[in-house]
Ligand binder design. Structure first.
Ligand SMILES: Nc1nc2c(ncn2[C@@H]2O[C@H](COP(=O)(O)OP(=O)(O)OP(=O)(O)O)[C@@H](O)[C@H]2O)c(=O)[nH]1
Ligand SMILES: [Mg+2]
Length: 305
């Protein structure tokens, strides 16, 4: 055990869908950040706090680096790079399985990252995630070689955020890179995000999983009402699902309201687990035309200035 107190921010950066949020949840040991197989799931920087004796780290899960120019993608990109301003340690997460199949996808993904963190100012650790899917481990070698050529000072860790493989070693290495400093949170705190925000995120996750390819990107969720007082042990939550067009509304609601009901049931179960109590969750769908261009609303969502 070290005697010196260490504290710092670990910024998790990487291409979209690499498994950043899955890794954050694995590190914290509970679900804080939402996960889906679709790209651009994470929209805000989500914090998770880990305290191990004299060591305390705030992990910031960021929106994936995505080259798309449409919709809110550029905002998400800006927010990911903005998080770097707070970094004491950088954790890059790459989908090793994807590159093991096609190394040619690696260079364009790495270029902006090298530009942002390759100056050697901050310690950089790289998690080559999804190692569980790479059956022939030899396939990882060219990926390792390419990454260490691009970022020679970085330390590499093949891991699986899904199975936990290699994650303990990665965490030990990350915590040992923290600068000296006083802890800023109670040891039992797991996130700086308010539970209301996390609840809205849970609803958004269920929507991402329930909806097709395009629609998730034009939905947003806000908490309209949160009542813990009217009945002890019960939290009544009213959440609005914002869609960009009238025609999206029936798609979210589904035939006979089935889809919305399903989203609501799944979200309620997760929110109950998070709050450790009973939840009554009411969802309603609101049309907010072209909200992805509405700066004031984006600000309310914590996106953009
Ligand atoms: N097989 C496997 N799948 C993984 C692993 N880590 C994450 N995934 C899957 O990869 C998909 C994307 O995971 P996320 O954690 O949402 O990825 P992300 O990097 O946060 O993505 P964005 O928020 O969209 O940038 C999900 O379907 C995860 O279940 C892993 O180690 N192995
Ligand atoms: Mg994510």
């Amino acid at each position: 055990m070290e005697n010196v107190s260490r504290f710092g921010h670990v910024v998790m950066l990487g291409p979209t869908n690499a498994g950043k949020s899955t890794l954050l949840n694995r590190l914290i040991g509970q679900k804080i950040s939402i996960v889906s197989p679709k790209p651009q799931t994470t929209r805000n920087s989500i914090s998770g706090i880990i305290t191990q004796g004299d060591l305390q780290a705030v992990f910031l899960d960021t929106p994936g680096l995505h080259r798309q120019k449409r919709g809110i993608a550029p905002l998400l990109l800006r927010s990911a790079y903005a998080a770097l301003g707070q970094a004491d340690v950088v954790l890059l997460i790459l989908d090793a399985a994807q590159y093991a199949r096609r190394l040619d996808g690696l260079a364009p993904d790495l270029r902006p990252i090298v530009k942002a963190v390759g100056d050697g100012r901050l310690p950089v650790l790289i998690a080559l995630n999804k190692a569980d899917v790479v059956r022939e481990k030899a396939r990882l070698l060219p990926v390792l070689a390419a990454v260490s050529e691009a970022l020679p000072a970085a330390e590499l860790f093949p891991i699986s955020a899904l199975t936990g493989l290699g994650v303990d070693d990665l965490l030990t290495a990350l915590m040992s890179r923290l600068p000296e400093g006083a802890h800023q949170f109670d040891p039992d705190e797991v996130s700086t995000a308010p539970v209301r925000f996390l609840a809205a995120e849970i609803v958004r996750e269920k929507l991402f999983l329930a909806l097709g390819e395009e629609l998730p990107y034009s939905t947003a969720v806000t908490i309209e009402d949160w009542d813990e007082r009217s009945k002890p042990g019960l939290t009544k939550i009213r959440a609005a699902i914002h869609v960009a067009r009238e025609s999206h509304k029936p798609m979210v609601i589904g035939k006979g309201g089935e889809r919305l009901k399903d989203v609501g049931q799944k979200a309620r179960a997760d929110i109950e687990e998070m709050l450790g109590g009973q939840v009554f969750l009411e969802l309603w769908v609101k049309v907010r035309p072209d909200w992805t261009d509405d700066r004031a609303f984006l600000r309310d969502l914590g996106l953009g200035q």
